[in-house]
Design a protein around this ligand. Structure first.
Ligand code: TTP
Length: 286
């Protein structure tokens, strides 16, 4: 399965922090935001990743992440000229996907906790799979209801009266039909190709499965100043307590066997004596 990391958008809620740089390059505690969704993909074993951002931000993201070769993975890059919706990423990615199923993750979503469900979803070949998470303010998200077998029974974008507390998270798995479905959509009143409409199309075919991320999992989005700070403090709390890093992409690449110890050592050298470099060396010594 191939993966798409969508890291554009306008970031209006975070302005002026996003006046000259995409939110995905803002820090969440000790690393750029984009490392977090990227780590989710790597932990799921996905190694062929298309990164989509604005024409302005794409060169900076490419400078940060490069070809992926030093992590034993492959990054490709594509621009989304205007933020015309999350579902548009499936159209932009169509050539890259080349008829394969895909995983789409949003650049401002942080997942922390057991990853087994996500790894399993990455073997999907037919239909679609999304993750739902219980939140206090479902009206801000796509909201889904499901039956006992995990089939979606309704899905609505930002409903005034949510039918359930379950928000659809920014991690989606689709079969090879997704780009064609996205192409068949009309823009919503807010002028976007809505990912909820892609999901609804699958639901209408009886092909939208929903997995609940349990209360032992943290799903954070980072679109507002408060959410950004909450996420940073969450990461700081766990990292300080455990002495282990969340979303350290070099460590993940090593533990997954994408790179050798010698390659990790070389990556550590980049950071000299700073804490990040020391951490990478501690992984090697373990
Ligand atoms: P949003 O948070 O919905 O939008 P935004 O990032 O533009 O922020 P704001 O609402 O404050 O203006 O986007 C969710 C994620 O999807 C985020 O990582 C950006 C990304 N995105 C795109 O890359 N292109 C798009 O067209 C849209 C709508 C979102």
């Amino acid at each position: 399965m191939k993966a798409i990391l969508l890291a554009g958008g306008s970031g209006t809620r975070l302005a002026p922090m996003t006046a000259v740089v995409t939110k995905q390059l803002l820090p969440i505690y000790d690393k750029p935001m984009i490392y977090y969704p990227l780590s989710t993909l790597l932990l799921a074993g996905l190694r062929e990743i298309l990164i989509i951002s604005t024409p302005h931000d794409l060169p900076m993201i490419e400078k940060l992440l490069g070809s992926g070769a030093d992590l034993g993975v492959s990054f490709s890059y594509a621009a989304q000229p205007k933020p015309e919706g999350i579902a548009q990423s499936l159209i932009i990615a169509e050539k890259f996907l080349n008829g394969q199923p895909c995983c789409l993750i949003l650049g401002d979503n942080i997942f922390y906790g057991p990853h087994n469900g996500i790894e399993q979803a990455a073997s999907l070949t037919k239909g679609s799979f999304v993750f739902a998470y219980r939140v206090k303010d479902p009206e801000r998200y796509g909201v889904v209801t499901l039956d006992a077998a995990g089939n979606a029974t309704s899905i609505e974008e930002k409903p005034a009266q949510p039918k359930s507390p379950y928000a659809v998270t920014g991690l989606y798995f689709y079969d090879s039909e997704a780009p064609a479905i996205a192409r068949s959509l009309k823009p919503s009143p807010r002028g976007e190709l809505e990912i909820t409409d892609v999901n609804r199309a699958y639901m209408q075919r009886g092909e939208l499965k929903v997995g609940i991320l349990g209360r032992g999992t943290a799903w954070l989005d980072t679109g507002t100043p408060d959410a950004l700070l909450d996420a940073a403090q969450f990461v700081q709390t766990i990292e300080r307590r455990q002495g282990m890093k969340i979303a350290c992409i070099e460590e993940i690449a090593f533990r997954k066997g994408f790179i050798t110890a010698a390659q990790l050592e070389k990556l550590a050298e980049r950071y000299g004596k700073n804490d990040y470099g020391a951490y990478l060396r501690s992984v090697l010594e373990e």
